[in-house]
Every structure is written in C-alpha cells, then in structure tokens.
Design a protein around this ligand. Structure first.
Ligand code: NAD
Length: 380
C-alpha cells in the first residue's frame, strides 16, 4: 500500500523529461532510496537496479518491511513494462559490487545515475572485522527526551560523549568512503554512461538537533560525504559526470527512528509544516530532487555545492515554532502542540500498518518471493 501510494504520487506529479533511463540505487528498499527508485521508474520511465540488505520470511516469521516493499515495487514496475532487478546482500562487500557490475553489463550496458542511499548500523571490512556506527554527541554529554511510541510517554535520554574511536568508526560506516569505492569500481568497469550523475543524501537539521545530530558522530560522517563529493569531481569529470550531496528533510524512516531526540523534533516539525501546507514525505522530496536535477535550467546549489531540499524545513517560521515549543513538550500536551499522531502513523506506515482499505485480520502468506540476481529469493 505504501509503495502503491508512492507510485500514485509520482504519476500524478507528471513525467520528468530528460530524466535518467537506467538507474542504480544502493540502499533501495526503504526511506529515501525506495522513493528515489520509484521516482526514477515511474517519473522517468527508468530501468532500475536496486541493492539492499533485507530479510526474507523464514518458517512463518515475516520478512523485513523492505523485503515486501521491494517485492511490491518490482511487481508494479514489471507490470508497467519497466525493467527492475534486485541484489540482496551487503553493499559494502566487493562481491556485491562485482555482481552489480556484471548485471549492469549483461542487462543495461551502462547506467545514467547512481543513487547512494545506504543507512547502515555496521560495516564489515575486507579482513572480516565489523565496525559499528554510533549516535552520540561529541565533546559534551547529551541530555534530551524521546517519546515512547506505544505509551506516548516521554523518557529522558543521557548519552556520554563519543570516543575518538567511535567517531572514526561512524565515519567508516556512514561517511563517504564506500560511495567512493562504488564509484571507482563502476568507473573502472566502464559501466557509467557519459554525463552520469551520482547523488548521496545528507541531513543538517535544526539547531535543536545539532547536539545529537550535526555536531555528533553522525554529523562527522555526513561532513565526510562532502569531502567524498569533492573527491569524486575529478574522476566523474572524465565521463562528463557529476557527484552531488543532496540535503534532505527530516522524516520518519527506519534509520531516523533510531536517533535519540528525533521523535520530539519531527513531531513538532510535522505539526508546523502540515499547518503551513509544506509537509513532504520521502516521495515528494525525491520527486522534487529529480525535477531540480533534470528539469531546472540552472541547478541551485549552496555555498558547499550541495543541493538543498531542506529549504522548507529550515524556513524561519517553521524553525521558530519548533524552538518555541521544544522545551514545552510533555506527555499531556504532546497531541496538541505537536503532531505526534502523524509521527506515530508514519512509523506504523513504515511497517505496513494503519493503512485504510487493508484487512489486517485476513490470512496472508508471509512468504513473498522476489526475483533476485544476488542473494536468496526466499528464506525457506
Ligand atoms: P532507511 O533505513 O529507510 O534505508 C536504508 C537502506 O539501506 C535500506 O534499503 C537498507 O536495506 C539499506 N542497507 C543498509 N545496510 C545495508 C548493507 N550493508 N548493504 C546493502 N544495503 C543496506 O534509511 P533512510 O532514512 O532512507 O536513509 C538513507 C539516506 O538518507 C542516509 O544517508 C540518511 O542519512 C539520509 N537522510 C535521511 C533523512 C531522514 O530523516 N530519514 C534525512 C536526510 C538524509
């Protein structure tokens, strides 16, 4: 239902002329990656290859949400006559990069766009060791609150500052190194078309979230994306291509739901943006991004060369509302001064629940097979 709604949105938004026709999405099964894939396919008529790390159903245990969403996308794309192929496995590994290159060569020849939208808790290095990313402040402890999604109660969160090792590890997992490795491998294999564009997603957010986000470990990893984008300028120029970091809006996704304090910020943000009529979900954001990239004569960039899709989130009146109410939120007034109801619904939607027109009591088979070029297509 989530995928269908997103496809309907893109169709209603209209075709994107001059959009890419062959697109690789790394991190294609949730949040921004899935929305990018849907915009590419249904807005540009693109053939898409999706890379993700999802769990199929095993012995009556349901699959992960991204599995069902990718299966639904694949069926819808193929029904619309669009090529859609999937690789399920660890995008950090050399094996998955090679399998993707082999698939591009076999089926598409080259790709016109590479969207890197990975959000991973850990990365396995070639020597087999595992590095973990952490969500911690740097320099000073963090004291904040988070909302319990079930009870609506506020819980306080205290986090000690990260060690230098934790900062380095978070950069290793969520920074730009793996994006650069992907692009180097794709360039070397000559599977990027002339004029190819690659994008990576970042978040800056509001002053109230800086202590835990932009000034924290994850912010350091995001700074590293800007470094990687600059490092990619030269290699991409050889094929007349471009590498962009796009700053996206704060939204409820699997990755965002793990960030301490984000629930209060997003609940206030949704309230203000819905009231103003500027609220967007992932699909509105990626469709606006594609329109900027492929329909605007002059591409607007900020002083760091980034594309800004967070302009409506950061507008003065919206941020003034968030700041004015930030320290006023309690369990009692949560439903009035913030859009906690909308935030909670976004969480349920992410897991496939709370959609009108779905009979949740109906018997369903949790095993939904998906055509895969890499990985096991069922868990059985
Ligand atoms: P998400 O959790 O919804 O999706 C993450 C994707 O990465 C999934 O497709 C998952 O399968 C894939 N993945 C994770 N580990 C993998 C691995 N080892 N190998 C292959 N695939 C793997 O996350 P999201 O919120 O859409 O985040 C995507 C990007 O957008 C991130 O860079 C994030 O920081 C950025 N972003 C998010 C927000 C937000 O508010 N959610 C805002 C701005 C930018």
């Amino acid at each position: 239902m989530d995928v269908k709604n997103q496809i309907d949105h893109v169709k209603q938004a209209g075709a994107i002329p001059n959009g890419p026709k062959r697109v690789l999405v790394i991190g294609a099964s949730g949040g921004y990656g899935l929305a990018s894939r849907i915009t590419a396919a249904f807005g540009c008529g693109a053939a898409t290859i999706g890379v993700f790390f999802e769990r199929p159903a095993v012995n009556n245990r349901t699959a992960s949400p991204g599995w069902y969403k990718s299966a639904a996308f694949t069926h819808a794309a193929q029904a619309a006559g669009l090529y859609a192929a999937n690789l399920n496995g660890d995008a950090f590994s050399a094996a998955l990069k090679q399998a993707t290159i082999d698939l591009i060569k076999r089926d598409l020849g080259q790709v016109d766009m590479v969207i890197y939208s990975l959000a991973a808790p850990a990365r396995q290095l070639p020597d087999g060791s595992l590095v973990r990313s952490t969500l911690k402040p740097i320099g000073e402890p963090f004291e904040g609150s988070t909302i319990d999604l079930n009870s609506g109660e506020l819980r306080s969160v205290s986090l000690e500052p990260a060690s230098q090792q934790e900062v380095n590890d978070t950069i290793k997992v969520m920074g730009g190194e793996d994006w650069e490795l992907w692009m180097a491998a794709l360039l070397k294999a000559n599977v990027l078309a002339n004029g190819c564009i690659t994008t990576n997603y970042t978040y800056l957010g509001s002053e109230v979230t800086w202590p835990i986000y932009y000034h924290g470990t994850i912010g350091k990893a995001k700074e590293d994306l800007d470094r990687a984008a600059r490092a990619l300028v030269e290699p991409m120029a050889k094929i007349n291509g471009h590498a962009y970091v796009a700053v996206m809006k704060g939204l409820m996704t699997q990755a965002a739901s793990a960030i301490p304090g984000m629930s209060i910020y997003l609940s206030l943000l949704f309230k203000a943006m819905k009231a103003k009529g500027t609220h967007e979900g992932c699909i509105e954001q990626t469709t606006r991004l594609f329109k900027n990239l492929f329909m605007d004569a002059a591409l607007q960039k900020d002083e760091s060369g980034r594309l800004r899709l967070d302009d409506w989130e950061l507008s003065e009146d919206i941020q003034a509302f968030v700041k004015a109410n930030w320290s006023k939120v309690t369990a009692d007034n949560l439903m009035d001064i913030s859009d906690f109801a909308g935030y909670r619904q976004a969480f349920l939607h992410m897991h496939g629940f709370d959609f009108d027109g779905v009979d949740y009591d109906a018997e369903v088979d949790p095993e939904v097979p998906m055509p895969l070029e890499f990985g096991e297509s069922t868990g059985a």
